[in-house]
Design a protein around this ligand. Structure first.
Ligand SMILES: CC(C)(COP(=O)(O)OP(=O)(O)OC[C@H]1O[C@@H](n2cnc3c(N)ncnc32)[C@H](O)[C@@H]1OP(=O)(O)O)[C@@H](O)C(=O)NCCC(=O)NCCS
Length: 217
């Protein structure tokens, strides 16, 4: 079943890619020379597969949008680490975790994240929440084992959307979550507002944050 974020604006396109040996083997040729070199430099096969999966997701998404073959999509890495595709008119975001990858393209700023739910100390949730947020978050009807990952992915998606990534602590992003509609609003460290959506597909949590203004690039 395709990944679905409830109420995601139509102008934001996403691609969800799940690992299988066939995909990695048969799509590897679409990677650029630089990407192949980076892949080869990765020590574990798992990381190589994960990286390939992410590139397949973003390249096929842009290929459909630009009407060129996936291998021709011009992807560059910005000094911040963020990907961009000159001439596509789109802003990109990418995330990979475990055997999953998610990519987004849109004219407005957006950021995606995915994390595999795993055992983590409760202190980590305390660490990424400010005092105000704790009162809100601990009262939410989200299963305890998912709560950290819902908060984390939403915060990381916001930090990727604003381009700073984890140079800023997730604690600097203020969240307000509605578990029923699987939506959230957030304010980043610069005071900018963001809207967000999240989906739990056990054992993964996916999140996307985007500029509430559709005309903002
Ligand atoms: C971006 C970052 C949040 C990724 O976190 P992660 O959970 O390890 O990985 P994810 O799978 O969620 O995301 C990885 C993708 O985020 C994207 N990304 C990297 N830096 C980014 C940034 N500043 N803003 C937005 N997106 C970014 C890239 O596309 C990357 O995929 P790639 O490595 O295959 O190109 C984190 O690595 C970061 O903040 N990096 C920048 C700061 C830093 O410490 N840089 C040191 C690099 S020398």
């Amino acid at each position: 079943m395709p990944l679905f974020f409830p109420g995601l604006p139509d102008d934001i396109q996403i691609k969800h890619q799940v690992h299988d040996d066939w995909t990695v083997k048969n799509w590897m040729h679409i990677l650029s020379v630089d990407e192949m070199q980076r892949r080869t430099g990765m020590r574990s096969e798992k990381r190589q597969q994960n990286f390939t999966l992410g590139r397949v997701a973003i390249r096929t998404l842009l290929s459909d949008h630009m009407q060129i073959s996936p291998s021709e999509v011009p992807i560059v890495i910005e000094p911040t680490g963020r990907l961009s595709a000159p001439d596509s008119g789109q802003l990109l975001s990418l995330a990979h975790s475990g055997d999953q990858a998610i990519a987004s393209i849109s004219m407005r700023n957006a950021g995606v994240d995915v994390e595999e739910i795993r055992e983590k100390p409760d202190s980590l949730l305390d660490y990424i929440l400010c005092e105000e947020e704790k009162k809100h978050v601990y009262g939410l009807s989200i299963p305890h084992e998912q709560l950290l990952f819902v908060c984390w992915t939403l915060k990381e998606a916001v930090l990727k959307a604003n381009g700073t990534g984890l140079r800023r602590s997730p604690r600097t992003v203020q969240l307000r979550i509605d578990p029923i509609s699987q939506t959230a609003t957030a304010v980043d460290p610069e005071g900018n507002p963001w809207h967000a959506r999240f989906v739990v597909e056990d054992p993964y949590v996916f999140a996307i944050a985007f500029d509430p203004n559709p005309d903002a690039a």
